[in-house]
Design a protein around this ligand. Structure first.
Ligand code: GTP
Ligand code: MG
Length: 354
């Protein structure tokens, strides 16, 4: 999964990126997108690794993209946003970083500190960028449909999906409310529409307000987090042993990194299934509602193609009966078919034949 940190200039994106990834940005680096992969900690994997001593241990990962600030105040800023758009469109989740701290030495965008207003401004820009892409494509399709062509039926299908999209965007409704069926989403997937992606709103507060509760900034955000990016970046840089006392001192229970990762996972509608063996224990992200054969395909296309059944045990059942042998004796190991809907924490052993 890829997550784009997006926001107005100097809202604290690179600082939040440091908090999430441990990678500090060189302040003099060129204003390009920076990427870093973060392992998603999963205590269930730790336990399985202790039980089975595998050679390898593989967490799910999230790739964060630190996008330079989007300034919409002038033509140069709008041009810069255009340049950055393909990278943002390639991400699965948009994390909007909204400034809610005052600092004399770091001028605020439009001289205001107002996360709600900043959200609304960014939101308008997301809608506009999608509308721009849809309008251009609709015009092109309408033109090509006037002449006979090999792609006529395909173009007509695409137009049928895009016209309601255009109407929604003109009424400032996001595409997540229009593109309901998997089929429609597939037809327009290559656009990477911004208003189709889940949004996580992060309100970046100053150190003295670090304990403020999360606050909804917009009904369009699936998750709203209150974070002090500057303090959290320091926390991320600490030795794990030093972290506990530092957090307690600040009055924080969970470091921002964990909250950010969880919000990304949940907003993208992902769960994890697990695999284990002498070679590797591993967590695999899949969409909620995915079936056993889809989970198998996530591991390797051969496993989906030659799928016979999935030997399945819930992680909690395995632990309650100490190990696989115990779980089996208690009748907790099930044989599931292709259409079984995988649950978070299912340990799967795919039987296949190709
Ligand atoms: N007090 C305080 N300062 C912060 C916080 N987050 C960021 N800053 C400061 O604000 C300045 C800008 O932070 P960055 O993280 O570089 O902001 P940015 O959004 O990446 O900036 P651009 O990429 O230029 O748009 C830096 O001097 C940070 O130290 C915060 O939570 N509290
Ligand atoms: Mg930055």
């Amino acid at each position: 999964m890829k997550v784009a940190l997006v926001g107005l200039p100097k809202s604290g994106k690179s600082t939040l990126y440091a908090a999430a990834t441990g990678q500090r940005q060189d302040p003099f680096a060129a204003p390009n997108v920076h990427r870093s992969v973060v392992k998603v900690p999963d205590p269930r994997l730790d336990t399985l690794a202790r039980l089975y001593h595998p050679k390898k241990y593989t967490e799910a990962t999230i790739e964060f993209h630190d996008v330079p600030g989007i300034s919409l105040a002038d033509a140069a800023g709008v041009g810069e946003f255009r340049r950055l758009l393909p990278d943002i469109r390639a991400c699965d989740v948009l994390m909007l970083v909204l400034r809610d701290f005052h600092r004399e030495d770091v001028p605020a965008y439009k001289d205001r500190v107002n996360p709600e207003a900043d959200f609304a401004e960014l939101w308008g820009e997301l809608i506009f960028a999608d509308l721009d892409a849809v309008t251009t494509r609709v015009e092109r399709l309408q033109k090509s449909l006037q002449k006979p062509s090999k792609t006529h039926d395909q173009d007509q299908r695409e137009l049928n999906v895009l016209l309601p999209c255009k109407e929604a965007l003109e009424n400032e409704r996001p595409l997540s409310t229009v593109l309901q069926s998997a089929e429609d989403r597939k037809i327009v997937a290559s656009f990477g529409f911004l208003t189709e992606k889940p949004l996580v709103a992060v309100r970046n507060v100053s150190d003295d307000r670090i304990a403020e509760p999360d606050r909804a900034l917009s009904p369009h955000a699936r998750h709203n987090l209150t974070v002090c990016a500057a303090a959290e970046a320091e926390i991320a840089a600490l030795d794990p042993a030093e972290r506990g006392p530092f957090l307690a001192d600040l009055g924080i229970e969970v470091p921002a990194k964990d909250r950010l990762l969880r919000a990304c996972y949940e907003s993208a509608g992902l769960i994890s299934f697990l695999t284990m063996g002498p070679d590797e224990v591993r967590a695999w992200p899949i969409p909620k509602g995915a079936t056993a054969v889809e989970a198998a395909g996530r591991i390797h296309s051969d496993l989906a193609r030659g799928f016979i059944r999935a030997e399945t045990v819930a992680y909690d059942d395995l632990i309650a009966h100490h190990d696989l042998k115990g779980a089996r004796a208690a009748g907790k190991v099930r044989q599931e078919g292709k259409t079984y809907v995988v649950c978070d924490g299912d340990i799967l052993n795919i039987k296949f034949n190709v």
